[in-house]
Design a protein around this ligand. Structure first.
Ligand code: IMP
Ligand code: MG
Length: 185
C-alpha cells in the first residue's frame, strides 16, 4: 500500500474539525437519551475510531457492542445491495435504545439491511448516527438521526474509512487522488 501522502488529493475534514463535531454529537446524544438506557452498536470496521471518540463525549451511562456485515470486500468500492452479517452482537437488544454508529452512509444498503434485521429483535428504539453522509449516492432510503458531515460524491479515507483496508488510522478525512492510487492486485 502506498503512503497516504502519495494518494491524498486533499484533506476534506481536518482532525480538529472532526473532533469538534464529534463532541457536539456526543453532547446532543447525551441530552436526547438522558434518563434512558443506551446501547451504541459499532459497525466494524469503519465505525471504530468514531465510536471510541464519540463514546468519550457521551456523558450518560451507556454500553457498547460490535457487529460486522459484509457488503464491500477488499478491493471493492461499490455496495452490492443487501448486507450479510459476519459477526453478530453479544447483547440482547430487546427493550434497549439502540444507536447504530457508522462511518459513512453511501448507497444506504448496509444501514438499511442492519436496521431491518435489528428491528425484528424488538429494541425500544433504533436510530442511526453516521459520521459522514454522501446523499448523492443514495439508493436505499434510510433515516439518519445524527449526521456528522454531509460530503460530496468523492471516495474518502481516514478516520475509520479505508483504502483497501489501509489508512483507517488517519486522524482526518481525505479525498483519494484516483490518478495516483494504484490498487494492489
Ligand atoms: P453503503 O452500503 O453503500 O451505504 O456503504 C457503506 C459502507 O461502504 C461504509 O460503511 C464504508 O465501509 C464503505 N464506504 C462507502 N463510501 C466510502 C468511501 O468513500 N470511502 C471508504 N469507504 C466507503
Ligand atoms: Mg469499508
Amino acid at each position: 500500500m502506498q503512503n497516504y501522502q502519495d494518494v491524498l488529493a486533499e484533506i476534506l475534514i481536518e482532525a480538529d474539525v472532526l473532533q469538534k463535531r464529534v463532541k457536539e454529537l456526543g453532547e446532543q446524544i447525551s441530552a436526547d437519551y438522558r434518563g434512558e438506557n443506551l446501547l451504541l452498536i459499532c459497525i466494524l470496521r469503519g465505525g471504530v475510531p468514531f465510536l471510541v471518540d464519540l463514546s468519550r463525549c457521551i456523558s450518560i451511562p451507556h454500553m457498547m457492542d460490535f457487529m460486522a456485515v459484509s457488503s464491500y470486500g477488499v478491493g471493492r468500492r461499490e455496495s452490492t445491495g443487501s448486507a450479510r452479517v459476519t459477526l453478530d452482537l453479544q447483547t440482547d437488544i430487546r427493550g434497549q435504545n439502540v444507536l447504530l454508529v457508522e462511518d459513512i452512509v453511501d448507497s444506504g444498503h448496509t444501514i438499511a439491511s442492519v436496521l431491518q434485521m435489528l428491528s425484528t429483535r424488538q429494541p425500544k428504539s433504533l436510530k442511526v448516527c453516521a459520521l459522514l453522509d454522501k446523499p448523492e449516492r443514495r439508493e436505499a432510503h434510510v433515516p439518519i438521526d445524527y449526521i456528522g458531515f454531509t460530503i460530496p460524491n468523492k471516495f474518502v479515507f481516514g478516520y475509520g474509512l479505508d483504502l483497501d483496508e489501509y489508512h483507517r488510522n488517519l486522524p482526518f478525512v481525505g479525498v483519494v487522488d484516483l490518478n495516483k492510487y494504484q490498487p494492489s492486485e
